[in-house]
Structures are given as C-alpha cells and as structure tokens.
Design a protein around this ligand. Structure first.
Ligand SMILES: [Zn+2]
Length: 338
C-alpha cells in the first residue's frame, strides 16, 4: 500500500506525495540500502554535527577571500555550542581555490565518517565504532543557495524554499508549499539538466527552474542529507539587510545640515564596553559591512533620542554648538577649526 497525495492545508487542499520533505532515515535507506543498514554494527557512538562554510578576508581591509569549513558538535547544549572552543576548523581553502575543490577534498573522509569507522580510544580502553554525520549547514544567503544547489538569491527564481519568481516575492497569497522545492522533483530536474547537450539550452533550463548547473555544493560529502532542507534560513542577514536599508533612509531624510549634525553626534556617542567604533556611517554610506550596520542600528535610537528629544541635554548642546560653528565658520573657543 502507498499514498499518492498528501494534505497541504485546509485552504490549499492536497498535493502530490513527492512534494514533501523526507526524513534523513528515508534518504539513508535509499543511499545505503536496507541490507547494509540491517547488517551494520549496531553498537556505536553517534556524533552529529553542523557545518559552517563561508569565505572571509584575513584582515579588515583585505579583499582576498579564503574559504573556511567549520564543524560544531550538535549534541552539545546551546551554551556550549556557542563557545569558540567547540567550533572546529575542518579545512581552510587557500586563496584562489573554489568551493568545489574544497568539497572534493573533504568528500572521502566525510563519507567514511558518515558510514562509520572504528577508532582507537586514547585512554587505552579499546576501540569504538563511531558514526559522525552532518545534520545541517549554517551559512549566509549566497553560500546556503550554493549548498542547496539553487541559483543565487538575486536570480529570478532565487528562493531555495520554493519556485516562485522574483516578482512574486512580496505576494503573501501565493501557496509556497504547493510551489515548494522538494527533494525528488529537484533531483529529477537535475537529471533532466544533465541530459541537455547544448550549453545555451542548459543555461536557459537552469535559469528557468532556478537550479545551478554544478549541483548542491557538499552533496557528495553528505549523501543522506536533503540539500534543500538542511540549509536553514539565516535571520541575522535578513535583519542586518533591513538595518542597512533603514540607515540609508535615515541619512537621506536628514538633508545636508542634518547629516553634519548626525555625524557630530555619532563622533561624540559613547560605545558599549568592548565595542570597536564602527566606520563612519556618513563617509562610508552604503559600503559598510553587515555587522557594522547592525551595530549602528543599535546605537541610532540613542543618538536620535539625544538629538531630538532632550533639549538642554549636554550632549545635544555640544552638538548644536559645533554645528553652528561649522555652518557660520566661527571657530569654537579652545578648539581648532575642522
Ligand atoms: Zn520561497
């Protein structure tokens, strides 16, 4: 007996059963086959982990990007997972290497650990069979899309959760479950793509369905993971992006005099303990890093509150004095002109 349809919701009715997310166990059965799983060593240590893969610059002002792959044991409680000592560097890809090289280099060891291997215990108490497997990938948006095997988030069909087009992104009425990306339909699309001979036709097809021609990035390392379901969305980047837009609108609303007043206030603003001062939001308008946008968004309410809400406040008075001096060209007493 088998099912051909599954319920989406009361409003949206039913959809084909292939349009659902699969359990890792189902994909393990497909990959390793039932016999191998039934005859495998049943006594083992289970070490699930999550990976983080991203490019980074070694220095703040260096644009040469290196790629790092890190793993965190996911069996630890959140408090310990956040500790830097529990984040292990699996590999650093040298400058110039691409992610496909990294995936190919990691593949033999990752699949060996996934399947399980016998290790010698350091305390001399014997050996133990260990299975170490990835359960999810962390990362930012372009990286997660590469891991999921979809086009970039800026493409026409750039959502890795569904197949809707860029123009439909704001439409909350669209049934994204019915138009979702699921393992087997995507697997089939990828098989169809490989069979297209002409490169132009292949590019057109991959553009139309929003999948990249290289396939999911680490799929060969973690064959039992659904690449679409194990790449969760990253709320931090979405929020930092909103902070960036907010900062742009704020600076635009100020006008020239307001911008100078804001900059003066910015320079005077005291920062929380251990914070480095972010780049100047006026002179580096539009080119600040994500984390700096987030810090500025945290500081903005205090700057604006003190500039607009507290007449007579020492902070506001000193900004007003400096602004007047700048606009009229009269230097402040005990201060060299800017
Ligand atoms: Zn979507």
């Amino acid at each position: 007996m088998y099912t051909t349809e599954t319920a989406t919701s009361i409003q949206n009715g039913i959809r084909s059963v292939e349009k659902r997310h699969h359990l890792v166990a189902e994909l393990e059965l497909l990959y390793y086959r039932r016999h191998e799983l039934l005859t495998a060593n049943s006594s083992f240590f289970s070490l699930p982990y999550t990976t983080f893969l991203d490019g980074f610059g070694l220095y703040r002002n260096s644009y040469h990007s290196l790629a790092g792959v890190y793993i965190t044991p996911s069996s630890l409680p959140l408090e310990l997972r956040e500790k830097i000592h529990n984040i292990f560097v699996l590999m650093l890809g040298p400058f110039g290497s691409n992610e496909t090289d990294i995936s190919a280099a990691l593949q033999p060891d990752c699949t060996r650990m996934d399947k399980g291997t016998t290790i010698k215990l350091l305390d001399g108490s014997g050996t133990k069979f260990v299975r170490m497997f990835c359960i999810a990938h962390h990362g930012d948006m372009p990286q997660q899309n590469k891991l999921a095997g979809t086009k970039s988030h800026k493409a026409d069909h750039g959502c890795r959760g569904c197949l809707i087009s860029k123009e439909e992104f704001g439409d909350l009425g669209i049934d994204t479950k019915a138009q979702g990306r699921y393992f087997f339909p995507m697997y089939q699309l990828r098989k169809d793509l490989v069979q297209i001979k002409s490169k132009t036709a292949r590019d057109q097809f991959s553009q139309k369905v929003g999948i990249n021609s290289d396939g999911p990035l680490m799929a060969s390392c973690h064959p039992c993971l659904d690449p679409l379901y194990c790449t969760p969305h990253n709320p931090l980047h979405a929020e930092c992006r909103i902070c960036k837009y907010f900062q742009g609108c704020l600076v635009e609303a100020f006008g020239t005099t307001g911008e100078i007043a804001y900059q003066l206030a910015w320079e005077k603003m005291e920062l929380p303990y251990k914070w480095g001062r972010p780049q100047n939001p006026i002179s580096h308008k539009g080119s600040m890093s994500f984390s700096e946008n987030a810090r500025i968004a945290c500081l903005n309410p205090f700057i604006l509150m003190r500039l607009f809400n507290l007449p007579g406040d020492h902070f506001r008075l000193s900004v007003e004095r400096e602004l007047a001096s700048l606009l009229t060209g009269t230097p402040l007493p005990n201060k060299t002109p800017r």
